[in-house]
Design a protein around this ligand. Structure first.
Ligand code: C5P
Length: 292
């Protein structure tokens, strides 16, 4: 189970950076600013990366990284956790510092918002550590500067997301929250910019998120074809998940390469997880759709 967002030791606070999943992602248009106008239903998993923070008396911001996907990850100024911390520190004009530790449990560059969730969790964590007086709108603006998916990750609840990622509306779908959800990554990272650049420019219509049936039957991920062209192994994951007994939906998340599958019961999910673990190099996580 993820760590609860609470005091874990004197002066040390913790947050979970929940994995994000796009149940459907419709690309509607290419914008003049180089981004794409999207319509997407975001849900969050019950699991994610972990971040802990404590006060750094000298005012510096330090980052240490561990965890199964921590190796080789840059802990310098380009890391989204560092960028989020520095952005908040400078916005607040505070001299207070922080010692941060990121436990990286989610694969990087994988379409489930690992870096975005880390940035959002850092903003939440440091706003608490520094007793910041900052409104939700100000925090959302800082978040959008860090990346398109970061504002949605601030709340980590089911949301309809429009525009580049700034249009956020809480949205609940009967039967979706609490569903067992399997995440599978074939061990390849794909570049978000490269996948968007491969979109064919064809608007295939609006997203109907009024029910689970509509999301399953008429929802799409328009980034699946360009992602599969870059990493054909995504098709292998989708084939295994799509044929798993009891699967309700198998689809790619975000710009890939992580795919997800929704099930009605945990035993079916566990059986599908075993099938996936038989493939060397595939990363498999059994989780669920996070409720509010
Ligand atoms: O905003 P973020 O830095 O996460 O986006 C990474 C890249 O993904 C952008 O530079 C852009 O090429 C692409 N992107 C896009 N449309 C979006 C979000 C991201 O084209 N709505």
């Amino acid at each position: 189970m993820p760590l609860p967002d609470m005091e874990v030791d004197a002066g040390i606070i913790a947050e979970t950076a929940y994995a994000k999943v796009n149940v459907a992602l419709h690309v509607r248009a290419r914008r003049d600013d180089g981004y794409h106008a999207l319509e997407s239903l975001f849900v969050f998993a019950d699991h994610g990366d972990h971040i802990v923070a404590s006060e750094n008396e000298d005012g510096a911001i330090d980052l240490a990284i561990d965890g199964p996907f921590g190796e080789g990850l840059d802990a310098g100024p380009s890391n989204l956790v560092m960028r989020a911390a520095r952005a908040l520190q400078s916005y607040l004009g505070t001299e207070r510092g922080a010692a941060l530790r990121l436990t990286k449990r989610l694969p990087v560059a994988s379409g489930i918002g690992g870096g975005s969730a880390d940035a959002a969790a850092t903003l939440r964590l440091l706003a608490r550590l520094w007793d910041a007086r900052i409104g939700q709108d100000e925090l959302a603006a800082l978040a959008l500067d860090l990346g398109s998916d970061v504002p949605a990750c601030l709340d980590s609840v089911t949301q309809m997301v429009t525009g580049r990622g700034e249009g956020l509306t809480r949205h609940s779908v009967d039967g979706l929250e609490g569903m067992p959800m399997l995440l599978v990554n074939p061990g390849v990272g794909v570049s978000t910019a490269a996948v968007f650049a491969g979109w064919d420019g064809q608007d295939r219509g609006a997203l109907d998120a009024s029910s689970l049936d509509a999301l399953i039957g008429r929802g799409r991920n328009d980034l699946e074809p360009p992602a599969r062209a870059i990493a054909p192994v995504i098709g292998d994951v989708l084939a295994v998940l799509g044929e798993a007994p009891g699967v309700r939906l198998a689809r790619m998340s975000g710009s890939g390469a992580t795919c997800f599958a929704l099930f009605d019961n945990p035993a079916r999910m566990a059986a599908a997880a075993s099938l996936c673990r038989a493939h060397p190099g595939w990363w498999v996580m059994e989780t669920g759709v996070r409720g509010v």
